[in-house]
Ligand binder design. Sequence first.
Ligand code: CS2
Length: 496
Amino acid sequence: MSRLSAATIGGLPADIALPGYDRAEVGTGVVHLGIGAFHRAHQAVVFDDALASGDLRWGVLGASLRSPSVAEQLNPQDGLYTLVVRDGTEETLRVIGAIQGVLVAPHSPADLVSAMADPDVHIVTLTVTEKGYRLDPVTGALMTDDPDVAADLADIAAPRTAPGFIVAALQARRTAGLKPFTVISCDNLPHNGRRIRAGVLAMARAIDPSLADWIEAHGAFPQTMIDRIVPATTPDDIARLSQRLGVDDHGMVKAEPFTQWVIEERFAGDRPDFASLGVQLTDAVEPWEDAKLRLLNGAHSALAYLGALSGHDYVHEAVAAPALRTYVEAVWDEAETTLSPPPGLDIAAYRTELMARFENPALMHRTRQIAMDGSQKLPQRLLAGAAERLAAWRGIAAMALGIAAWMKWQSGVTESGEAFVVDDPLAVRTAELLGGAETDAERVAALLTLSAVFPPALVADDRFVTAVTIAYLSLSAHGAVEAAARTLSSARGEGY
Ligand code: CS2
């Protein structure tokens, strides 16, 4: 079967939405670093809307910093792909035309730098995951001993890392007398803008202090909160879509209807009329970030480990188990007391909507997908909230079970005895630590020595250590579902 492309798009069934603008007229105003499914289902859709509104400056050049797979999916399709929005039994299909092409950075780093230095580029967005920032999780400093960071510092003309590409391109723009672009981090990290700014400035300062001064004075790194559930595409999704389209689309992405993007109003230059495109611009993103990270992502991670350990492969299956569903509410009860909701966010309504989003059976969101990279996710999703609860002398039984479930997951074996590969940058280290421990209490104590994950102040708090150890013992004795059920009675109490 032929592929979706500029040549075949005209033959698609009439009920599929197509780009409503002339793609030949579109300029490249955005470069995206780390082009995965999330960008294609979220930010690229907003830029596609901008193009459809008649502002043709906002085409996107995508870049993969590592693998050529997205380039192989999209370049033969002229950047075209289908966004499949699924809600229960309903499905809507839309072909997105915003992406103009994908560069594979390691194949041609200089081409990517020069594309980012183009005068028409005003925005660089990035989704490089938590680990792509190359910042020490404890100190927040650039990891100069990371081999790729060291390589960038030695030769910024051929960068390897996200901060490296940004520094190299900003250097080229400064030399050319251009303004910086606005760097919009779209990763699920608190203060994501501040983080990428810190990495970029540290690298720039090591290379040329005057470049760092220029970036400090003229650059913009707004904080953002981004939200849309985008499960990984499966071969079955592609096969089903081919039947509908009559052509193969290897670049398709699937997502829920919900989508949200909150951006701090801080730009270095031109941008689309974001407000008219449904994007919220605000001075204070932090309360949005905290609410999303601790409610949505906190529950997601806890559910992912408990669900995956107990054989619930998908999020909607996990929340259909009464004990796990009630447990999610208990995590939210705990997290809620740590939030200062932003104006306009009704937490009760947000929780109801979140549960409905988790229940969406058509998404087929795998618990194992969410379980990935837990060492990078735990701090902002569960540990920060737990620390604030303890500071206020409140209990953390529900959060502690999520944390203990992450620890159990590090053993690489599910409750039914199935072995799996732990997909986490610290997996080798956690395996070593677990290998040296004999009892459950020793296992917990060993993992708590990971200072890249657990802040020392939290580990020094006996209440924290006790709560996580009790939860871990309960998981060993009863399994995830029963441990969740048993946690509920204690989690409901407000006092410690
Ligand atoms: C998920 C997120 O995989 C994960 O860690 O928790 O990708 C989640 O689906 C998104 O943040 C939703 O916006």
